[in-house]
Design a binder for this molecule. Structure first.
Ligand code: FE2
Length: 311
């Protein structure tokens, strides 16, 4: 097993092993282009070893990119995922939205995600900006509480204003070299859920795939897995945690950092390099997050309990 700790060339005299996305460790230099680990490594995943012979690139990106989604104000989950991303070494981080809602650290999570290379608007992000619609009672209360935190007259007013500007300017979709990045679905980027069982609704799947040029990356359901144009859905474990993009269109749900709902409480995200999608699951100190939720009156205890169960 590869035990050597990777180092980032962040421009400091003593390179840090900690993620440059963390504002408390922020490096003023342009970390976006500096923290990819250049030397060949082997990376750990799911108890096995993955080598870095990722096959012939199909011209999808040429960069190694982490794609995360549905942070939901879970700072511990986010920090654990960023540490894992740091251990892999990437060129870019994209976030597919729902930075906030449900969890206890909205401001801190926004401050971190603002440094991503791209971020898409999620329905909870929009709910905090405008009147939340279509949320259950618990989620709505969490949204109103989240808004209170963002509006609280504490801290630097400039930072508070920056958070609102960041949320307000988030795009609903991003297209790039045949790839689409959305929160919900290609048909309704903000709100539509595409669940595994939707493969039995061929009309729905066909209509959505008609809007996909090559591959759509999405979140929203918090259920990771790959939908293929021929009507299949594969969980990450069924794929050996790796899926190679091909001529067949695909929709890749990257799972959730802050509130996984596939029965596995570990945070989930993907790495995309050339045509290879690799799922990563990351443990985090969820008891800490749950305790914060229990101690916040406007956040239902259920929002903590579900973290433990991954539901
Ligand atoms: Fe979400």
């Amino acid at each position: 097993m590869h035990n050597r700790r990777p180092r980032f060339n962040c421009g400091r005299r003593n390179p840090t092993t900690k993620c440059p996305l963390d504002p408390r460790l922020a490096c003023n230099l342009n970390w976006r282009l500096s923290f990819r680990q250049r030397e060949p490594v082997q990376i750990r995943a799911f108890g096995g070893r993955l080598d870095r012979s990722f096959g012939v690139p199909l011209g999808v990106s040429g960069v190694r990119r982490a794609i995360i989604s549905d942070i939901h104000s879970n700072l511990e989950g986010l920090q654990a995922v960023l540490a894992d991303i740091a251990s892999v070494g990437v060129d870019e981080i994209y976030c597919l939205g729902d930075v906030i809602g449900y969890g206890p650290n909205p401001c801190e999570c926004i401050d971190v995600i603002m440094r991503c290379n791209a971020c898409i608007l999620g329905n909870h992000d929009q709910g905090a900006l405008f009147d939340p619609e279509g949320f259950n009672a618990g989620a709505e209360r969490a949204i109103f509480w989240t808004r209170e935190q963002l509006e609280a007259p504490t801290g630097d007013p400039e930072v508070r204003a920056k958070r609102w500007t960041f949320l307000a300017e988030l795009p609903r979709a991003k297209r790039e070299n045949g790839l689409l990045f959305v929160h919900g679905s290609p048909r309704n980027p903000l709100n539509e859920y595409v669940y595994p069982e939707d493969i039995y609704n061929q009309r729905k799947i066909d209509k959505i795939f008609a809007l996909v040029e090559r591959c759509s990356f999405q979140g929203h359901t918090h259920v990771p897995g790959v939908f293929t144009q021929n009507g299949n859905f594969f969980r990450p474990d069924e794929l050996g945690y790796r899926y190679r993009l091909s001529d067949m269109k695909a929709m890749v749900n990257v799972g959730s950092v802050g509130q996984p709902r596939d029965g596995d409480p570990r945070s989930c995200y993907v790495i995309l390099e050339d045509d290879l999608v690799t799922y990563r699951r990351v443990e985090y100190p969820l008891d800490k997050t749950i305790e914060k939720i229990y101690n916040t009156q406007d956040l239902d205890n259920f929002l903590g309990d579900r973290l433990r169960e991954g539901r």
